[in-house]
Design a binder for this molecule. Structure first.
Ligand SMILES: Cc1cc2nc3c(=O)[nH]c(=O)nc-3n(C[C@H](O)[C@H](O)[C@H](O)COP(=O)(O)O)c2cc1C
Length: 206
């Protein structure tokens, strides 16, 4: 039975959606069953208009808390807001109390992808401050280390770190994920799916 993986993203301006899509494609190429989902919006249309937020992709389903237990592993992808996860992700996590109460996510795998406007705008703190959620749910956090050697290069400005793939959007959102950054996202999708596939196969063989 193939592993079931979800890549769940929140993306206001599209940068995270690009990385999430790359990770999902790479995970799928391993033979895992992969769903691309998005976090529900919590801001009003009025606020979204003021933030010049384009409409959400209607082709990507919105996730609900009850969707999570059906996956063996989940890659969560979301931008930085003040050095931590967007409120839309926190609000979603806050709605998963029944999953916590029943241990429904215990033993499942989790990994994170993020983005920020600036180079030192808080990507690592965003990954780090999301780990308590996984800890409380009993999930197994999967960082990517330096498995993709491109992370070590200093030849160009780039996102990505041992925590996970990322991009730098620039203050006006004008910078798009680079080839290096989408490559790291693909590496993360493949690496993560490889671990989850192995776990699912091992469990089935018990
Ligand atoms: C309210 C708000 C807070 C933000 N805080 C930060 C921040 O602390 N550091 C930073 O570099 N970028 C910050 N940003 C920029 C976002 O991280 C950036 O727009 C996002 O990474 C782009 O991803 P997206 O296109 O997927 O929405 C902030 C943006 C908003 C709207």
């Amino acid at each position: 039975m193939p592993a079931k993986i979800a890549v769940i993203y929140y993306s206001m301006y599209g940068h995270i959606k690009t990385l999430a899509t790359k990770a999902a494609e790479a995970a799928k190429a391993t033979g895992a069953e992969v769903d691309l989902l998005q976090f529900p919006e919590t801001l009003s249309d009025d606020i979204l208009a003021k933030m010049h937020s384009p409409p959400k992709d209607a082709a990507v389903p919105f996730v609900t808390p009850t969707d999570l237990p059906k996956y063996d592993g989940i890659i969560f992808a979301f931008p930085t807001r003040y050095g931590r996860a967007v409120a839309q992700v926190s609000a979603f996590f806050d709605a998963t109390g029944s999953l916590w109460a029943t241990g429904a996510l215990t033993g499942k795998f989790a990994s994170t992808i993020t983005s920020s406007a600036s180079q030192n705008g808080g990507q690592e703190t965003t990954h780090l401050t999301t780990i308590p959620y996984f800890t409380h749910q009993g999930m197994i956090y999967v960082p990517i280390g330096y498995g993709d050697q491109a992370l070590l290069g200093l030849g160009e400005i780039h996102g990505g770190s041992p925590w996970g793939a990322s991009t730098l959007a620039a203050g006006d959102g004008s910078r798009q994920p680079s080839e290096l950054e989408t490559g790291v996202a693909a590496y993360q999708g493949k690496y993560f799916a490889g671990i989850v596939n192995t776990f699912v196969a091992g469990k089935a063989a018990q």
